[in-house]
Design a protein around this ligand. Structure first.
Ligand SMILES: Nc1ncnc2c1ncn2[C@@H]1O[C@H](COP(=O)(O)OP(=O)(O)OP(=O)(O)O)[C@@H](O)[C@H]1O
Length: 272
C-alpha cells in the first residue's frame, strides 16, 4: 500500500467572485515527486500556498477542501497550530531567492539563526551545521560563502542557500514553486540535480511547480497539468509525455519541440 504523505482533496480557492482553483485533488507518497505544470495564472501557486496555509489576502479556501499531511488535517488548523508544519515539516522555496534573505546580514548567519530556532542548536553547533549544509548544497568554498552577503552571490548560489535554509529543519516535504525559473538553463539544471539528489539522500518528498515541462520531467515521477484552475491531465511523467490526452498538454509538449522533444520524453535534462 502506498505510504501517503500529502493528500489534497477537492481544493478550491476563490478570489472575490472568481473561482481561481477548482476541485484540485492529488496525492503524494512519502519521498515521492509530483510536478505541477501549467501556464501563468493556472492556479499552481495558489495550490501550493493552500498546502502551506499562506493564501494571500482576498483569497479563500473552499469549504469542501481537505489537505491532509501525514494524517493531520491541515485545513482544520488555526494559524498557531499550522506553525509546526509550515517551514518545518513542510518547507518551500520560491522564485527570486534574494528577496527572502536579509540583504544586510551574511548568509551564514541567517542560516545559523534558522538552525538555532528550528533545531535548538548552540551557536557553535549551528555554525558547524550551517557550513555542513552549505557544503551539501554543492557550494564551492562554503566557509567563504558563509561570510558573504546576498548581493555577493549569484542567483544559483542564492537559491542553494535558500534550499539549505528550507531543508535545515529536516522537512518531509519541500515545495519548489518556480524555484529555478529565474536561473539560466545550466544553473537551473544543476539546482534541479541538487533537488533530485536531496530526494534520494534524505527521502524528501517534492512538489515541483513549473510552467516548463522540461523542468518537471527532469525530477518528477508524476505530474498534474493545470489549466484555468483545474487539473486537465495527470499520470506518470513518462506516460503524460509519451501519450498526452488533453489538447493543452499536447500543445505544451509541442512548444518544446524546438528544444529537442525526444530528450524531453526520455526524461533527460534539456540543456540548450
Ligand atoms: N492575491 C490574489 N488576489 C486575487 N487574485 C489572485 C491572487 N493571487 C492569484 N490570483 C489569481 O488566481 C489565479 C491563479 O493564480 P496563481 O498565482 O495560482 O497562478 P500560477 O499558475 O501560479 O501562475 P504563475 O506561474 O504566473 O505564478 C490567477 O488568475 C491570478 O490572477
Amino acid at each position: 500500500m502506498p505510504d501517503t504523505l500529502l493528500s489534497v482533496r477537492d481544493l478550491s480557492v476563490s478570489a472575490g467572485d472568481a473561482q481561481v482553483v477548482r476541485e484540485v485533488s492529488f496525492e503524494l507518497e512519502r519521498g515521492g515527486t509530483l510536478g505541477i505544470v501549467g501556464e501563468s495564472g493556472s492556479g499552481k501557486s495558489l495550490t501550493c500556498r493552500s498546502i502551506l496555509g499562506i493564501l494571500p489576502p482576498g483569497c479563500e479556501l473552499g469549504t469542501s477542501a481537505a489537505i491532509t499531511f501525514d494524517g493531520v488535517e491541515l485545513h482544520t488548523l488555526d494559524y498557531e497550530s499550522w506553525l509546526p508544519y509550515r517551514g518545518n515539516r513542510i518547507s518551500a522555496v520560491f522564485q527570486d531567492p534574494g528577496s527572502y534573505l536579509n540583504p544586510s546580514i551574511a548568509v551564514g548567519r541567517q542560516l545559523t539563526e534558522v538552525l538555532r530556532v528550528k533545531s535548538r542548536l548552540t551557536r557553535r553547533d549551528a555554525r558547524e551545521r550551517a557550513v555542513d549544509l552549505l557544503t551539501q548544497m554543492g557550494l564551492r568554498d562554503p566557509a567563504r560563502v558563509f561570510k558573504q552577503y546576498p548581493f555577493e552571490l549569484s542567483g544559483g548560489m542564492l537559491q542553494r542557500v535558500l534550499i539549505a535554509i528550507a531543508i535545515s529543519g529536516e522537512p518531509d516535504l519541500l515545495i519548489a514553486d518556480e524555484a529555478t525559473t529565474a536561473l539560466d538553463v545550466t544553473v537551473q539544471a544543476e539546482v534541479l540535480d541538487l533537488l533530485a539528489e536531496l530526494r534520494e539522500r534524505i527521502g524528501l518528498a517534492l512538489v515541483l511547480v513549473s510552467h516548463d515541462l522540461a523542468v518537471i520531467s527532469q525530477v518528477c515521477d508524476n505530474v498534474v497539468v493545470m489549466r484555468a484552475g483545474e487539473i486537465v491531465e495527470r499520470g506518470t511523467t513518462a506516460d503524460v509525455l509519451r501519450q498526452p490526452r488533453h489538447e493543452y498538454t499536447k500543445a505544451l509538449i509541442e512548444s518544446h519541440s524546438r528544444y529537442g522533444i525526444e530528450k524531453l520524453r526520455a526524461g533527460e535534462a534539456v540543456r540548450v
